[in-house]
Design a binder for this molecule. Structure first.
Ligand code: 3UK
Length: 528
């Protein structure tokens, strides 16, 4: 038993996981390392500091005590808008150890998004990095729900940092059922209204064991660097739960993951496992034409968030000699459930089912699709979110009889490889992050010259999807580059940075159904 939390029986394949009936998952990810002699080992590295496992465990306790001191109690939510830094770990695990539910939010969002999530979560506390004050503070002012406690992580005056410095260093774990609610992650829906996926105590153990160890082969001597940030389920696994599960080292950077910056981090910290998204691999490939960074520390690269085009896989292998393992994961599943493996790669495919998960492809009638026939990908396993907070309708349509509907269209070949064909809804993935067409359309029609707008995904020169707009103007004569720039500026001002339309096509009308619904699929079949 690892710290009275879980027993991993490796005599079976996949290894059998047996959870204690009363447990706290923070013990298995944080405190366990002290008992296993890793106190002096470095758990987290950043440009500013190294944090040992002993320091991590103590600061997690301090942080849990700060949250309790702020009046938070069992099952209260603490919303986190926190950059990739050690405080993210302290808050997340400190909350969990104290029985409080952490809810990390995407730090690239804007005030209207935060306003909704603060209200929807009914959070008792909100903690944010000072860098995000200009979006978070107006959101707080605008929402009807007022969290009891509001704290900046650091900076002058009252802060989490200052409170941690004077907090007690020990904390009794609040024990819970392995299937008790533990943390949430918000995921954007096709209507634009985000859904809080509620994850359970056991879920991070399942993903760390199934994908982290058994599929990826993560080990104690690995150094993990994820260009995808911690707020994203992908980054949370890559840069926090996997390293802490194997007793490895996580490298964190709060900077924007540009090619130059990621190369700098890789050269400075020499990670062995590197996690990116297709858009970044494409940008890095372009940068590699001019510079030759030393990437020799890396033994495997991973890609997820959106499909990795086979061409990027091949060019990366030619330029760096490294494999990129593409795998599909989701917020609901918490991490990757269909993946390529180091000794089993099929470029252009998402790979095969990760042991411990089950996948089905079903047709419109819910019948199993034949090999080669496309259908909806459904997934089951022990790390699935139990429900969406405050959203029984979406829970009922997405989580059906133990299966989670991914909303993706896939086919499977005779060898069990899964191939991505697109979304079953109109949602886009831009740089691996959800993007709702409705949200961009709603912003565009705020412009006084715009009558109607439709957003679809269009592949750029690397085969990666970006938003493209079809716009009907009140006065067709206004069309032109100046208006395109103005509309892009409007979106950049009010929406998360990756959501602006890269192309604006001015048209005289939009294809619609008899009931007036925009037929985005018809626009998708047009040529750019
Ligand atoms: C799409 C992919 C093709 C697909 C995620 C790894 O992306 C993650 O979670 P999200 O909830 O989005 C899930 C949706 O994204 N997708 C993700 N990976 C791939 N499509 N090929 C891929 N390799 O539409 C899926 O339904 O944001 C990824 C680990 C954890 C995650 N949460």
């Amino acid at each position: 038993m690892l710290d009275n939390v879980v027993a991993v029986d490796r005599t079976q394949t996949p290894a059998a996981l047996r959870f204690a009936p009363r447990m706290n998952v923070a013990l298995a990810f944080v405190d366990r390392h002290l008992g296993e002699g890793r106190g002096a080992k470095i758990a987290i590295r950043t440009i500013r500091e190294d944090v040992t496992y002993a320091a991590l465990a103590e600061r997690v306790n301090r942080c849990g005590n700060v949250l309790k001191g702020l009046g938070l109690a069992r099952s209260d939510r603490v919303v986190m808008v926190v950059k990739d830094c050690p405080a993210f770990f302290y808050l997340f695990w400190g909350a969990i150890k104290a029985g409080i539910v952490p809810v990390p939010l995407n730090t690239l969002l804007r005030r209207a998004d935060y306003e909704f999530m603060i209200g929807d979560s009914g959070c008792a506390a909100l903690v944010y990095s000072p860098e995000f004050a200009s979006e978070v503070e107006p959101a707080l002012a605008g929402t009807g729900h007022k969290p009891r406690a509001i704290q900046r992580t650091e900076g002058a005056g009252d802060s989490l940092d200052a409170r941690m410095a004077v907090a007690a260093t020990t904390l009794d774990p609040v024990l819970a059922d392995p299937e008790a609610d533990c943390f949430w992650l918000y995921s954007s829906g096709s209507t634009g209204r985000p859904k809080g996926a509620v994850h359970l105590q056991r879920d991070m153990i399942v993903t760390s064991q199934r994908y982290g160890i058994e599929a990826l082969g993560a080990r104690e001597d690995d150094v993990f660097f994820s260009a995808a940030k911690l707020f994203f389920a992908y980054g949370l696994g890559n840069a926090m739960t996997f390293p802490l599960w194997v007793g490895g080292t996580a490298v964190l950077s709060d900077a924007r993951p540009t090619p130059q910056h990621t190369f700098e981090i890789i050269q400075k910290f020499r990670p062995t496992l590197y996690f990116g998204v297709p858009t970044l691999y494409a940008a890095q490939l372009q940068a590699l034409e001019k510079e030759k960074p030393d990437l020799s520390s890396i033994r495997l690269c991973v890609s997820a968030g959106e499909a990795l085009p086979a061409d990027i896989f091949r060019r990366w292998q030619a330029a760096t000699g490294k494999l990129i393992l593409d795998g599909i994961g989701s917020t609901e599943a918490l991490h990757i459930f269909v993946s390529n493996l180091a000794d089993d790669v099929k470029p252009g495919a998402s790979g095969r089912v990760v042991p411990g998960y089950r996948a089905r492809i079903v047709d419109e009638q819910g019948r199993e699709a034949k090999v080669g026939d496309s259908g909806r990908l459904m997934i089951a396993g022990e790390s699935m979110a139990k429900y969406y907070w405050n959203n029984p309708e979406r829970t009922a349509t997405t989580m059906v009889g133990g299966w989670v509907d991914t909303g993706d269209t896939y086919y499977r070949d005779a060898d069990g490889y899964y191939f991505y064909c697109g979304r079953s809804d109109d949602m886009l993935k831009v740089g691996g992050i959800w993007c709702s067409p409705f949200e961009i359309e709603a912003k565009l029609i705020e412009h006084p010259k715009v009558l109607e707008a439709a957003i679809i995904g269009r592949a750029d020169s690397d085969g990666l999807i970006k938003p493209a707009a079809y716009i009907v103007l009140k006065n067709a004569g206004d069309a032109g580059d100046a208006l395109t720039a103005e509309l892009q500026q409007l979106c950049k001002r009010d929406l998360a940075g990756y959501k602006f339309p890269r192309w604006c096509n001015f048209v005289s009308e939009l294809p619609k159904t008899a009931t007036g619904k925009i037929q985005r699929f018809k626009l998708r079949s047009l040529r750019a």
